[in-house]
Write a protein that binds this ligand. Structure first.
Ligand code: IZC
Ligand code: ZN
Length: 419
């Protein structure tokens, strides 16, 4: 019997469905193999996947539009689970400080770093922030990313934090990328609260109710770091957020090993992010938990650190690992998640299979989108990428360039190379 579809993608050399048949994050032995169909086709109807399998089994499908993938690799749209997308200004002036060896946290202590972006973000209008973030979203899309988490955290006052969160909400309405919003009001201590971190945290805590009421964020995050917020402050702040029904995330053990990894597990956080200084005990606990380890090797690279997150030990212990750009104007100014995949191979010693799980299925889990993003499977949104590549190993191997040929979001072509 003939079945009508809107779009049929034919002549797919390798189809990486990432459809493991389970709705759990992928860890342990399951990371060794990928669900691949060779000589495949994908059928799309009303923006959803209605067929994904061998091309020879697709001959009952009659399509309005046929896309010839020319033997290329097709995968789910990538998921970027940790970005600081909404910001004013930029920080290229800090590059020479970095070259002189001034540490990231010292630049912050001197009123630069995050606080320089806070100044620019406070000065920007909502429309300016929207236009700027829209530009970066287009670039993320061009790199094959169809779902993006976006944090606030460059306002550090009631008005500007809400302004940033409203921009995320608006972008989610007007841009084809799906956005997931995170409130990171506890990102740094602003100058007007110097030496008064408790009072500042109280102001941010008071914002939680309005953020909930207006559905401005799904997650609450905190920068648990030397000179920023302690483990005890992070525990209190995030517990208060959980009580109000938010899911939580933590910038944990990014620079100094404070025990943020253990706190993420204790609070059943959806993710612990960075984890460069995670202790042996932290890794052991993480492996036994549902918390996703979101690793950001672009940040270690950009900050010139020799030390990276111990991805091999985490994966070998049984942790569920995701990878993300950490796109932000200070410690990781890049929208290129493919470059992060290369760094994960070269610096974190992750295998291509582990890397693909980390930018699809596990990244979707890190932001509570495991039911809609990160897999090509029946009834799911047709978010897919056709790559200028013969196989999946090629993407982390050939580094620093964009391999995307075509991106489809909800079944529509939204990006094509050279157009
Ligand atoms: O703007 O520096 N680590 N927050 C915590 C960042 C990096 C973003 C920034
Ligand atoms: Zn971050």
């Amino acid at each position: 019997m003939i079945k009508k579809v809107d779009t049929l993608i034919i002549n797919i050399g390798q189809l990486l469905t990432m459809d493991t048949g389970s709705n759990e994050p992928v860890r342990g032995d399951a990371l060794q193999s990928l669900p691949i169909v060779e000589h495949a086709a994908v059928g799309i109807m009303d923006g959803k996947i209605v067929f994904a399998g061998f091309e020879k089994d697709a001959n009952t499908l009659e399509a309005k539009e046929v896309i010839d993938a020319d033997g290329k690799l097709v995968t789910p749209g990538l998921v970027d689970s940790h970005t600081h997308l909404i910001f004013g200004g930029s920080r290229e002036h800090e590059l020479s400080l970095k070259q002189q060896g001034v540490p990231y946290l010292e630049i912050l202590q001197q009123g630069g770093g995050i606080l320089s972006t806070v100044k620019a973000t406070r000065e920007a209008t909502e429309e300016e922030l929207l236009n700027k973030a829209y530009f970066h979203l287009n670039r993320l899309l061009s790199y094959g990313i169809t779902t993006v988490e976006a944090k606030s955290g460059y306002g550090l006052d009631t008005e500007t934090e809400l302004k940033q969160l409203r921009v995320v909400k608006k972008l989610n309405e007007i841009h084809c990328i799906d956005l997931v919003s995170t409130f990171l009001g506890a990102h740094a201590i602003p100058p007007e609260y110097k030496q008064q971190s408790e009072e500042f945290l109280l102001e941010m805590e008071n914002l939680l109710d309005v953020i909930k009421e207006e559905s401005l964020a799904e997650f609450v995050d905190i920068f648990c770091e030397t000179g920023v917020f302690t483990v005890e402050q992070s525990r209190r702040f995030l517990t208060s957020a959980k009580r109000r029904g938010f899911d939580v995330k933590i910038h944990a053990d990014e620079i100094d090993p404070l025990g943020g990894t253990e706190l993420a597990v204790e609070l059943c956080a959806r993710s612990g992010d960075h984890l460069v200084g995670a202790s042996d005990e932290g890794i052991r606990q993480l492996a036994d938990s549902s918390t996703i380890a979101v690793l950001l090797p672009g940040t270690s690279f950009y900050l010139g650190k020799d030390k990276n997150a111990r991805a091999r030990e985490m994966i070998d212990a049984g942790c569920a690992v995701a990878l993300s750009t950490d796109f932000n104007p200070g410690s990781s100014p890049t929208e290129n998640l493919q470059l992060i995949m290369s760094l994960a191979a070269l610096k974190l010693k992750m295998s291509p299979e582990e890397i693909w799980y980390a930018v699809t299925v596990n990244a979707a889990h890190a932001i509570n989108r495991e039911k809609t993003a990160g897999k090509i499977a029946l009834h799911r949104p047709a978010d897919l990428v056709i790559w200028d590549s013969p196989n999946y190993q090629y993407i982390p191997y050939h580094y620093g360039v964009n391999h995307v040929n075509t991106v489809l979001k909800n079944g529509h072509v939204v990006y094509k190379r050279g157009q």
